[in-house]
Design a protein around this ligand. Structure first.
Ligand code: CMP
Length: 154
């Protein structure tokens, strides 16, 4: 059986392999490993729903997910991208203090994500330039919005 310490070491080693985190010191990686939670999702689970509010950042440690988006006036979500181990999602709502810009759905059983809450995300990795330079092109798309949300969806 793996001890808590071994699991922490496994998580630090995995974090070291995540491209987004490649320039962070061992000290910061250890702080991230300490702050994160591990979450599992069954196939088809909506990990994030477009238009919802959100306080969590996700790094995929096993399995893959699909990102889908509903554009204004459309009845169906559009498949945008597949993300896999080492990829991340959920940063937009945290950086812009806004609603989720897309849905994220588990593609097979046992999708595993390491998650950070808003406070740890902002404190430990919120300054990374890759996050601020990321441009999905969503600003130029008119996204569908739920009746109750106020945000970029205008
Ligand atoms: P957030 O808006 O918090 O929640 C949905 C996430 O999906 C978003 O953060 C990004 O991480 C991701 N996302 C949004 N738009 C795209 C896109 N066009 N391509 C890939 N990922 C996206």
């Amino acid at each position: 059986m793996r001890t808590g310490l071994q699991r922490l070491e496994d998580n630090i080693n995995f974090l070291r392999s995540v491209p987004l985190l490649k320039d962070l010191s061992s000290d910061v990686l250890a702080k991230i490993a300490d702050a994160l939670e591990v979450e599992f999702y069954p196939a088809g689970a909506h990990i994030i729903r477009q238009g919802a509010s959100g306080d969590t950042f996700f790094i995929i440690s096993a399995g893959s997910v699909k990102v889908t988006q509903r554009l204004a006036g459309r009845r169906e979500d559009e498949d945008i991208r597949t993300l896999q181990r080492g990829d991340y999602f959920g940063e937009q709502a945290l950086l812009k203090e806004d609603c989720r810009t897309a849905s994220v759905i588990a593609l097979q059983p046992g999708v595993e994500c390491l998650t950070l809450d808003r406070e740890s995300f902002i404190q430990l990795i919120g300054d990374l330039s890759e996050l601020h330079e990321k441009d999905y092109g969503d600003e130029s798309r008119v996204l569908s919005r739920p009746a109750s949300s106020v945000s970029i969806y205008s």
